[in-house]
Write a protein that binds this ligand. Structure first.
Ligand SMILES: NC(=O)c1ccc[n+]([C@@H]2O[C@H](COP(=O)([O-])OP(=O)(O)OC[C@H]3O[C@@H](n4cnc5c(N)ncnc54)[C@H](O)[C@@H]3O)[C@@H](O)[C@H]2O)c1
Ligand SMILES: N/C(=C\C=C\C=O)C(=O)O
Length: 487
């Protein structure tokens, strides 16, 4: 069944267009990509009903082995249409081809393969016991799917982050209703085509397009027949979703915002640390939740490090995202560009030293209408500044000196968030002490965004609830049932 033009909803294996539509624009040049169908409350209800019905159909009766086989087929289906997925992601987000082709789309496939293998190989517990009457009894646990899962996704890594949730959810036998970000509808729709192509039963994977509040997102979190929600996005949005999920006691898995520190000790591998902090601050134009917006550099190398960071930032070339050599793209939208430029203005007003950037790059005419900002580095602000307290989610970072390890830990932990940290040192004792003392979900040492999908991924404090990855995802996407048999 051919998908209609634009970005319709996908419900019970069929394309569903809505009367209400909104524009999807390419952030690199603000050109119109297509119209997005905004799912109504009735559309969301139809999607939830289809997901529920699928649990009682062939999908609910399918063996783990067959489900895992289908998950691998989905991964292969993504890779078979690799160029289409890359093109769709680049157009939706403006991210450079190099990033979408090396990270986003390969991880889209890997997220299905990973969890197909986890569910086949994870054992559950059993206990023999003596009953009070002296007889024997046997306990054993079985993992059962939670049911219908609401999946609400952000715009920065649309396919990667959606499949990071949908992969384990389906591998564990659930069905999903996915609400992609209003900024990036494309790859969720493309994945629906793959689901049909490989034979995933109708109703297992549903997509409702639209906005958050007073739109598809809120209709989904208000729906009483959704069993659990997995969300990735801003902390404030997480609060709203959690409040909605509380009605009916639905569990949530939350991957939220961050204000991640980068700590650079004087004994580090200097060039590696410069490259690592440049990557963690400017990758995806700073639109990565794990990104570094606060850099703390030990005083003996502070000046040299800032100069090297400046040179690296100024070597970045904003350009056509489809150009394979482009390493710096626009922000995701004019709206987000306005938010980031607001912080750029605020930094200047607060008297920051603008080491580089702070404005808008000159772009060729074809890209002049894009959501472009300059990679920016500041020094000289107090830790109380909003630039240090609040997540900006743009290509910018503030660099401050520190003297002792104690100071570095105190500075890094002084935040309401707790998602990630990156630490650069050659001293093995320092490395392990940082891993132990930084209040984050993920602490990278001499690395950043180095991902083993078997590890626990998630944030502490206001950066999230729960952990996903490897067997940890099973804790959220299944229920453990204990069966006790009197022998
Ligand atoms: N921790 C992580 O792994 C991780 C990963 C990526 C992004 N993020 C965070 O996501 C944010 C950027 O993404 P964003 O701007 O799309 O986030 P966002 O919170 O604005 O939106 C995320 C999703 O939630 C939906 N939404 C918004 N309000 C809603 C509501 N009231 N009810 C239901 N759904 C609602 C949106 O439509 C969108 O699909 C940043 O804060 C970033 O740190 C975190
Ligand atoms: N959840 C993951 C990445 C999150 C990136 C945030 O922007 C992942 O790599 O699995």
């Amino acid at each position: 069944m051919t998908r209609p033009a634009g970005f319709p909803n996908f419900i019970d294996g069929r394309w569903v267009e809505s009367a209400r539509r909104f524009e999807n624009r390419n952030p690199a040049d603000n050109s119109l990509i297509g119209m997005v169908s905004e799912a109504s409350r009735a559309d969301v209800d139809a999607a939830v009903r289809a997901a529920r019905a699928a649990l009682d159909g062939p999908w609910g009766k399918m063996s783990i082995a067959k489900r895992a086989e289908l998950m691998h087929a989905v991964a292969d289906g993504i890779m078979a249409r690799f160029d289409e997925f890359v093109a769709a992601e680049v157009a939706d987000t403006g991210k450079p081809y190099a990033m979408a082709s090396h990270l986003d789309v390969p991880r889209g496939a890997a997220n299905f393969k990973m969890f197909a293998d986890v569910v086949k190989n994870v054992a559950t517990e059993s206990f023999e016991m003596v009953a009070p009457d002296g007889g024997d009894a046997l306990n054993y646990a079985v993992r059962v799917p939670k049911g219908v899962i609401g999946v609400i996704c952000p715009w920065n890594l649309p396919l990667l982050l959606m499949t990071w949730k949908v992969g384990p959810a389906l591998a564990c036998g659930n069905t999903v209703v996915v609400k992609p970000s209003e900024e990036t509808p494309a790859t969720a729709a493309l994945l629906a085509e793959v689901m049909n192509e490989v034979g995933v039963p109708p109703g297992v994977y549903n997509v409702v397009q639209g906005h958050g509040q007073d739109s598809a997102g809120a209709f989904l979190t208000a729906h009483p027949d959704v069993d659990a929600y997995t969300f990735t996005g801003e902390t404030g949005t997480g609060e709203a979703i959690m409040a909605a999920a509380a009605r009916g006691i639905r569990p949530v898995s939350m991957e939220l915002g961050g204000k991640n520190p980068g700590i650079v000790f004087a004994d580090c591998d200097f060039d590696a640390a410069v490259a690592g902090i440049l990557r963690s601050a400017f990758f995806n134009s700073g639109q990565v939740c794990l990104g570094t917006e606060r850099v703390y550099v030990q005083r003996p190398i502070f000046e040299r490090f800032v100069a090297a960071l400046k040179a690296g930032a100024e070597a970045m070339r904003p350009g056509d995202p489809n150009d394979k050599d482009t390493n710096f793209g626009p922000l995701v939208s004019q709206e987000h560009r306005g938010k980031v430029l607001g912080y750029y203005r605020r930094a200047a007003e607060e008297g920051a030293t603008v080491v580089t950037g702070g404005g808008v790059p000159d772009m060729p005419a074809a890209l002049a209408n894009g959501a472009w900002v300059q990679p920016t580095i500041w020094t000289g602000l107090p830790e109380s500044s909003a630039l240090i307290r609040e997540e900006i989610f743009g290509p910018c970072c503030h660099v401050a000196p520190f003297d002792t390890e104690e100071q570095a830990v105190a500075l890094a932990n002084d935040t309401r968030y707790g998602l990630a940290a990156t630490v650069w040192t050659k001293d093995v004792g320092t490395a392990h002490r940082m891993g132990k003392r930084l209040k984050v979900g993920i602490c990278w040492i001499n690395s950043w965004f180095l991902r083993d999908l078997r590890t626990a991924f998630g944030g502490a404090r206001q950066s999230g609830i729960g952990r996903e990855g490897g067997v940890h995802s099973l804790e959220f996407y299944t229920e453990l049932r204990n069966v006790c048999i009197k022998l």
